[in-house]
Design a protein around this ligand. Structure first.
Ligand SMILES: [Fe+2]
Ligand SMILES: [Fe+2]
Ligand SMILES: [Fe+2]
Length: 280
């Protein structure tokens, strides 16, 4: 099998991981702060590690990690239905990984996919258990229909954070500047945290988080990537600053100020790396 074919199979796996992450986070956020939501978020974090391994392997093979998201199952009225959807998502992943382990002849990649497969089999069991647990405990959908200005700002923030998570991850795989790679990975994790905080607040104010992203910067040169990142960080810091001044709720005010300060920090970190990059 040639490298191009392997890259296309791994990208298919990666798109599945992306879909699973967002599907599981959507469910965890909607359930609020409970033990089961925490466990589902932990599973989503394992899928993020899978995504990271797959993307690194794709880049090693000379490919570009896909930004597409595979099919999600976000239907279902009640929590046990959602957990049933997550079981099905894992079944799809297990089937696909088995096929790809069978068809790819590279020993190292086979080993990686087997490692991932064993996690998916364990997740499958976890979600089967959650179907029953959700029924037993009567877990409910805590989301509401609030769509006022505050809810719009929170969804705007979620959209921004999701976009930069993807952008910084992609850039971290593509850059050959080691310092940029490390910072981009760190900040991607931080933006993921931001997305979680905003989504949890959204459910807290009886709104409904919408986890969609806008266009991701596709620069090839590290300096261009950093310029795009600095611009977006500065814009978003100004936006969070404005939101902090407008909002009445003290918790939300505090959240927006914290986010603003993180984004200012990101812009500064990226500016320093850009300076080095330009002088090298
Ligand atoms: Fe999984
Ligand atoms: Fe952020
Ligand atoms: Fe940021």
């Amino acid at each position: 099998m040639d490298k191009e074919k392997i890259v296309s199979l791994l990208n298919e796996d990666l798109e599945g991981e992306h879909a699973a992450i967002i599907q599981y986070l959507t469910h965890a956020y909607a359930m609020g702060e409970g033990e089961m939501a925490c466990e589902i978020e932990a599973i989503a974090r394992e899928e993020m590690r899978h995504l990271d391994w797959l993307a690194e392997t794709i880049v090693e093979l000379g490919g570009v990690p896909s930004l597409k998201r595979g099919e999600m199952r976000t239907g279902g009225k009640a929590v046990p239905d959602w957990m049933g959807n997550d079981v099905l998502q894992e079944e799809d992943a297990i089937k696909l990984y088995k096929e790809h382990i069978e068809s790819i002849d590279d020993t190292k990649i086979k080993r990686l996919l087997k490692r991932v497969l064993s996690d998916e089999e364990s997740h499958h069991g976890d979600f089967q258990h959650f179907v029953e647990k959700a029924q037993r405990e009567g877990a409910t959908d805590l989301r509401g229909a609030r769509t006022d200005k505050v809810a719009q700002t929170l969804n705007w923030g979620i959209e921004h954070e999701y976009t930069v998570v993807l952008q910084y991850m992609l850039q971290s795989y593509l850059t050959d500047n080691e310092e940029a790679k490390e910072e981009l990975q760190d900040q991607a994790i931080n933006e993921m945290q931001h997305m979680g905080w905003l989504a949890e607040e959204m459910v807290g104010i009886s709104g409904s988080p919408r986890i969609e992203h806008t266009e991701v910067d596709q620069s090839i040169e590290t300096a261009d990537m950093l310029r795009a990142d600095i611009k977006i960080e500065q814009e978003v810091a100004a936006e969070y600053d404005r939101a902090a001044k407008e909002v009445e709720d003290p918790d939300l005010k505090e959240l927006f100020i914290r986010l603003r300060d993180h984004e200012i920090y990101h812009a500064e970190v990226f500016s320093d790396i850009l300076e080095d990059e330009e002088s090298s």
